[in-house]
Design a binder for this molecule. Structure first.
Ligand SMILES: [Fe+2]
Length: 214
């Protein structure tokens, strides 16, 4: 949408405000005045600035993300890395991304996001120095994070999932799991933990998991 519609709406709103302040005698509904200052005129730089200053609250529900069990396979000291697809497994690649915000929708920079998951056979690497399919990254100034990995394999008794933790300034703030739309055994999983995957090219999937910390 949203971007162009917001820009247009903002441009008109901004123009109307300026028109209303131009003088007590001016008519804020004067269409001729409005038309002369729409975003299609040369004065588009001002509308761009107004849009940039608006909080980006219309694109995300800032209800705290559901937590979930840690499970038995979390280990300390995993590498800082965003690329986890390093082992030539016969599995779809998966780009995972999202942002970290608080319940006021404020982006949190420098939050640490960690994921860990099974390989394509449904097995966790709990012993090797490689720490396969485990990685940490930190959010950028806008609260954004991303990893590239593989779609894990399913293991008995659990729906397909990826584990995730978030820390802020050294304090653990969330332990949860990411699940995938259309997979079996998702009954009972909180809806906000189930994400849709898009095939961006053959063998490459992409999904977004927005995180809100309570
Ligand atoms: Fe697990």
């Amino acid at each position: 949408m949203h971007r162009r519609q917001l820009l247009q709406w903002t441009g008109i709103g901004f123009t109307a405000l300026v028109t209303g302040c131009a003088g007590e005698d001016s008519d804020p509904l004067d269409s001729e005045t409005l038309d002369s200052e729409t975003p299609d005129s040369e004065d588009t730089a001002d509308t761009d600035l107004v849009e940039t200053d608006l909080p980006d609250t219309d694109v995300q529900d800032c209800t705290a993300t559901s937590d979930d069990i840690e499970g038995p396979y979390w280990i300390e000291g995993v590498p800082v890395r965003q690329e986890l697809d390093l082992y030539d497994e016969n599995a779809d690649g998966l780009s995972l991304s999202g942002n970290v915000r608080d319940v006021n929708c404020t982006p949190l920079a420098n939050a640490v996001v960690e994921i860990w998951h099974a390989n394509s056979d449904g097995d966790y690497d709990n012993v090797s120095d490689e720490m396969r399919y485990r990685g940490q990254t930190s959010t950028d100034a806008d609260g954004n994070w991303s990893f590239h990995t593989i779609l894990p394999g399913k293991y008995p008794g659990r729906p397909l999932h990826i584990h995730l933790k978030v820390w802020v300034r050294g304090s653990e703030r969330l332990t949860t799991q990411i699940y995938f739309e259309g997979q079996p055994d998702n009954q009972g999983v909180p809806a906000d933990l189930i994400i849709a995957l898009t095939e961006v090219e053959a063998g490459e999937l992409s999904g977004e998991f927005p995180i809100v910390l309570s």
